[in-house]
Design a protein around this ligand. Sequence first.
Ligand SMILES: Nc1ncnc2c1ncn2[C@@H]1O[C@H](COP(=O)(O)OP(=O)(O)OP(=O)(O)O)[C@@H](O)[C@H]1O
Length: 502
Amino acid sequence: MREKGEVVLEVRNMCKNFGSTIALNHVDFQIRKGEIRGLIGENGSGKSTVSSIIAGMQPATDGEMFYHGKPWKPKTMLEAAKAGIGMIVQEAGTIDNITVAENIFLGNAADFLKGPFVNRKAMTKAAAKALTDCGIDYINASYPTRLLDMQKRKLVEIAKVMSLNPEILIVDETTTALSQRGRDILYKIMHKLADAGKSVMIISHDMEEMMTHCDVLTILRDGEIIDNLDKQDFEDSKIKKLMVGREIQGNYYRNDNDTWSDEVVLKANYITTLNDLMCFNLELHKGEILGIGGLSDCGMHALGRALYGLDEVIDGEVVLTETNTVVKDSIIAFQHGMGYVSKNRDSESLELMAPVKENIQSTGYWKNIWKKPLIDFKKEKKYVTDQVESLSIKCRDINQPVRFLSGGNKQKVVFGKWIAADSSILILDCPTRGVDVGVKASMYQLMYEMKKQGKAIIMISEELPELIGMSDRLLIMRDGAVSGEFYRKDGLNEHDLINYMI
Ligand SMILES: Nc1ncnc2c1ncn2[C@@H]1O[C@H](COP(=O)(O)OP(=O)(O)OP(=O)(O)O)[C@@H](O)[C@H]1O
């Protein structure tokens, strides 16, 4: 274990209220030099709030902070970053319509002034160096950022924060957006910083990741610090219990070997898309949970989009076999009982400015809460509250705009809106992204119940344990094609699958 140094940042008695919501309630903790501190807790427990206050995104309602022993009250993220506290935020932190280099030096363009103009060549060169220093030399600094996928944008954010040489790096739920390669880059940066006597604070719901990489864990529950654990005291069940306040059983996946029907409900007939898939075949059966895994750029996310009619299929077709309907677009998919949880939560699955209720209701007007020619308001309310209750969505009330919810609670809204729609075919792309252990257990249980009701589910995921734990059949993809097909009864383990991924 690393030797801990002196305290570099101290949070004392911090409180943060949003109207009647108490996000932080008299929080105290310290960050020491040379440590990797994990911040862990259920969705909505206050992790992002405390981090964002340290990093200058918003002020506290009450309390004090000290950085290098002096009062610390940054007004902006730029001020904090320049003083040595950099944060990689949970949501998208880059701007689409500017180049990678401009994103990396956003707020610092003055460093590249040549007379009244910005020297773009010098900026691009410096950005390329910042990327290379982080081990991300495969991203072109002169590219428009909108051409990059979500994980590459996150890597750009990492390079941006690292370019200012932080003394404290805060990483908020970043790893869920990264492939294993991206994660390894981030872990390397974190350990390098800590070894150099700097500090890292990381937030993640991945228990294994936290136990492997952190020196100390601060556990938050309902805005309060419950405990601080040193590495020698890390124990999975103990941490979970401290997080949620009750025992959580270790294995929350299914433990049955139930079969599924022979009836095919969805078919991809030799589909080809513009970039990712070539003559791809797939059959999904009634009552089947079909897992799809691989490295993040293997084409699995594109497959989910193509099946739901979001990406153009230029050859072949996706067919709903019961009615022989060709899924040409997402409207046809939706009208024929399909649901889709996108990996890109904020940009594709939610209307952020709209309230929780409107986001969930949006799938219900087609058939469930419509009493022609009017809306059945009673049904409409029940449609929403059932989901808020069963998934424990933490919101002030159902009228609260979804943008004010914590990341994991936003994910629950997305999941809930498709559960409520009673879709007979669900395509779930990284459905448990950013949700805490307790809610994951409920989501897996719901998926299993849907399977038993005869619904068909495609679960696309980068997490092998959840694919192994939940799938009846599992396809591993590589370079846009299936490289391996496995069955639940095969008694799979992660090593069996990894060979087919790389
Ligand atoms: N701008 C805001 N307006 C209103 N409420 C907010 C706002 N930001 C956060 N909250 C509330 O504060 C509480 C703590 O949220 P926070 O994002 O810090 O949780 P978290 O622990 O990071 O959760 P997650 O694991 O889901 O990301 C939540 O109840 C959230 O809804």
